[in-house]
Design a protein around this ligand. Structure first.
Ligand SMILES: CC(C)(COP(=O)(O)OP(=O)(O)OC[C@H]1O[C@@H](n2cnc3c(N)ncnc32)[C@H](O)[C@@H]1OP(=O)(O)O)[C@@H](O)C(=O)NCCC(=O)NCCS
Length: 152
């Protein structure tokens, strides 16, 4: 059983480990503690109720008017394919809709997952210019194969 909730400072160590573990495999951008503390309100986590362990996280990052990115989405490998990623995205979409977001996007290698929660593949060039800001800090820039997907 898992609880899905907004992150608190107490979760930051585990969020750091989750994100940077997958970042080391080249699946996502790494995050520093500084960035995690600054963007903490963007994060939701999945917590295993029996152990208290944080097994997944994800963030909603507002980019432009009514536009937001689903980013830093991770589920611990031992817990894949149990619906946890889907529940995290559901909560992030709820957060976004409350803010008035009308278009969500993501840059990902896992298109089947995002398709399962309603996203569609779009040409990367169709995303707002502002969405490329963080790409400049990525070690794969400009040779990145991530696929752009949106949900409107
Ligand atoms: C992407 C990720 C968060 C998905 O988490 P998850 O909890 O395993 O996802 P869910 O169980 O909610 O998956 C829902 C559906 O998505 C699809 N799906 C998820 N992962 C998939 C994969 N690797 N291959 C094919 N389909 C996949 C399936 O249709 C799945 O339903 P099913 O298990 O009934 O077939 C997880 O794989 C992960 O942490 N990956 C590494 C980090 C990463 O790539 N993050 C995304 C970058 S933004």
């Amino acid at each position: 059983m898992f609880r899905y909730r907004h992150a608190t400072f107490a979760d930051v160590e585990e969020i750091f480990a989750l994100i940077n573990g997958f970042a080391a495999e080249g699946l996502m951008l790494p995050k520093t503690y500084s960035t995690l503390y600054e963007t903490l309100p963007e994060f939701v986590v999945a917590q295993e109720i029996s152990s208290g362990k944080i097994v997944g996280c994800g963030a909603l990052h507002c980019t432009w008017n009514e536009l937001a990115e689903i980013r830093s989405l991770t589920v611990s490998k031992d817990f894949h394919r149990r619906g946890i990623g889907g529940e995290i995205v559901k909560l992030l979409l709820e957060d976004g809709r409350k803010l008035g977001v009308t278009k969500f996007f993501t840059l990902t290698y896992n298109t089947p997952f995002f398709a399962s929660v309603g996203f569609k593949i779009v040409p990367r060039e169709t995303l707002h210019q502002k969405t490329w800001k963080d790409c400049l800090d990525c070690r794969f820039f400009p040779n990145c194969n991530e696929i752009a997907m949106t949900l409107e």
